[in-house]
Design a protein around this ligand. Structure first.
Ligand code: PEP
Ligand code: MG
Length: 585
């Protein structure tokens, strides 16, 4: 039995598809003169095959995700077609008498080495592109099969060491039944995306590839954190029963869709959705979310080589705002940096990217990025209810500066006779301890807060949210984090402002009553979690939830907080004794 650290709920049955770097062995044998032509032809044939594959990937990405994301593959095709590269390979074959594969490898390595020396992130990322293309060409020349994430034909459970946010967005969801990933924790962006796409997944499975490689069939039980290799008939039968029950519960939760999140004593809060792009809107609407509490706009900037222009951004924001109108959408300005990078922006090489040039720091340094985005958001605000939100705020100076910039853009737009919401609401994410500590002052300057517990936990506890090795230390219900959350909510209320939570804890029903009792006004989460959280809210009283929060906030140990919360739910029959998972956030 294999298990991991974080689960995106669901059960999948199927064949594992192991994604691993294949061993590409290249012969060092020198060729004779009469073999030169054959090797050159081999290179051309591999290049032709590579271009054909890249064109298919490009078209598939365009159809499934959109034009902008498919651009990256256009860039790859250009690199493969590059005349200099061709010249270099042929020269190596002819002069050094190397085989086609050996010449391709040498030419690619030469390119990579010269690029890697330059201290420029954009070019360094081009080196990664070269590596990618090089591997593809070598496999083609050697006849090694290539697995393309977007065109996996057989329905299977993907097993990999790691998967990047951009790779997940390339997956063909009709074919991928589940994910088993060695790296990544519950707050890693890849995991968050897997959850929002409702892919049954277990992340943080140590040594998964090794353990699963001999299995021909597996059960991925991402409800109980168990992976069965070559299961017995009994085990399959048992898992099917669990799946049946899970689907039944899911179905029964559907009945809640048309009801508000209101406690039995009449206290109403909002349950909103976190979205990463237009593709999430359908599920958000199907779950009757009260709005979008967090739109992570940085995904619009990923998997591409050039910036989304003002028009593209405007159209995207407008489309989403219109489709969820009259409910609001909170558009967060780009939170690029940390573990989310893009080829559109040059990133410096940093020792501590999460403490470095990230989020608002990038937008403030590169004013054209900020201005383009604010202009697009303001213009879109004419078509729906839009709020602007800034990530990674640490000081009053930052928000004062950003408000000035918004005023400036408003004047610009007015001059150009653009319509926009003149009193658009402005909020900040509270995701640094600094922002939490000065939240009373910040509350005077903004309309609302959204607590980003994923980062607030990482920065408060000084625990990298992506580091598997210390994931046992990462816990948003640590007393220190909880007390900060309480302080932020109280401070916002003292200034007549509202506070939401948009970190992963917002979608964990185990802590819904606790957060409710702390006075939170909105919880924003993966759409798939909304009804589970609503069930709890609708079955507790605000009065009792407040008592639970008061009691929990006084506890100084995580275990005590956990115990208090669980016994609160058990007493009200809201969870079964066995159903609470220690792995939930
Ligand atoms: C957070 O930090 O809690 C948050 C919601 O932002 P992100 O996960 O995108 O960093
Ligand atoms: Mg964050």
């Amino acid at each position: 039995m294999i298990s991991g650290s974080s689960m995106s709920p669901g059960i999948a049955f199927g064949k594992p598809l192991i994604l691993r770097e294949s061993n590409i062995s290249i012969s060092k044998v020198k060729i004779s003169d009469d073999q030169i032509e054959k090797e050159v032809l081999k290179f051309f044939s591999a290049r032709h095959k590579t271009i054909k594959q890249l064109k298919i990937i490009k078209d598939m990405t365009k159809n499934s995700i959109g034009e902008s994301k498919s651009e990256i593959f256009e860039g790859h095709i250009m690199l493969v077609e590059d005349d200099e590269f061709e010249k270099s390979v042929i020269e190596i074959i002819e002069k050094e008498k190397k085989t086609a594969e050996s010449a391709i490898k040498k030419a690619i390595n030469k390119q990579i080495k010269s690029i890697e020396k330059i201290d420029n992130t954009y070019l360094r990322e081009r080196a990664l592109d070269f590596k990618d293309i090089g591997t593809r060409m070598l496999k083609n020349v050697l006849g090694i099969p290539i697995i393309n994430l977007g065109s996996i034909d057989n329905r299977s459970i993907l097993v990999a060491k790691d998967i990047s946010p951009s790779e997940i967005s390339q997956l063909n969801l009709k074919k991928i039944l589940g994910l088993i990933i060695e790296f990544g924790g519950k707050a890693s962006h890849s995991f968050i995306i897997a959850k929002s796409l409702e892919i049954p997944s277990i992340f943080g499975v140590k040594d998964a590839i090794n353990k699963i490689q001999k299995c021909s069939y597996i059960i991925l039980d991402a409800l109980n954190n168990k992976i069965y290799c070559n299961p017995s008939e009994m085990e399959i039968k048992k898992a099917k029963k669990i799946q049946h029950k899970h689907l039944k519960i899911k179905k029964s939760l559907e009945n809640l869709k048309n009801f508000p999140a209101i406690t039995i004593d009449g206290h109403r809060i909002k349950l909103c959705a976190n979205v990463n792009g237009i593709h999430d809107i359908q599920i958000t609407k199907s779950q009757s979310a009260d709005g979008i509490g967090l739109y992570r706009t940085e995904f619009l900037y990923m998997n591409r080589n050039s910036f989304p222009c003002e028009e593209e951004q405007f159209e995207t924001y407008k489309k989403i705002a219109v489709s969820i109108n009259p409910n609001p959408i909170t558009i967060r300005t780009i939170d690029i940096g940390g573990d989310k990078t893009t080829s559109c922006i040059e990133f410096p090489k940093e020792e501590n990217p999460f403490l470095g040039w990230r989020a608002i720091r990038v937008s403030m340094d590169r004013k054209e990025i900020l201005h383009t985005q604010i202009r697009a958001i303001l213009r879109a605000s004419n078509f729906g209810k839009i709020y602007i939100m800034f990530p990674m705020i640490i000081s009053i100076e930052e928000i004062l500066y950003l408000k000035e910039e918004i005023l400036f853009i408003k004047k610009q737009l007015k001059k150009k006779k653009y319509e926009f919401d003149p009193s658009i609401k402005i909020g900040v994410m509270i995701e640094t301890p600094a922002a939490a500590v000065i939240s009373r002052d910040l509350a005077k300057e903004v309309d609302f807060f959204s607590i980003g517990t994923n980062d607030l936990t990482q920065y408060t506890l000084a625990v990298d949210r992506n580091n598997e090795k210390i994931s046992h230390l990462y816990n948003p219900i640590s007393p220190s984090v909880l007390r900060l959350i309480k302080k932020v909510i109280s401070n916002s209320h003292k200034e007549g402002k509202w506070t939401g939570i948009c970190g992963e804890i917002a979608g964990d029903e185990t802590y819904s009553a606790l957060l409710l009792g702390m006075g939170v006004d909105e919880l924003s989460m993966s759409s798939s979690s909304i009804q589970k959280v609503k069930r709890i809210i609708r079955n507790v009283s605000y009065r009792d939830a407040k008592k639970l929060a008061e009691k929990s906030i006084k506890k100084s140990k995580i275990k005590e907080i956990e115990k208090t919360t669980i016994s609160f739910l058990l007493k009200r029959n809201l969870i079964k004794k066995t159903s609470h998972s220690k792995n939930s956030l």
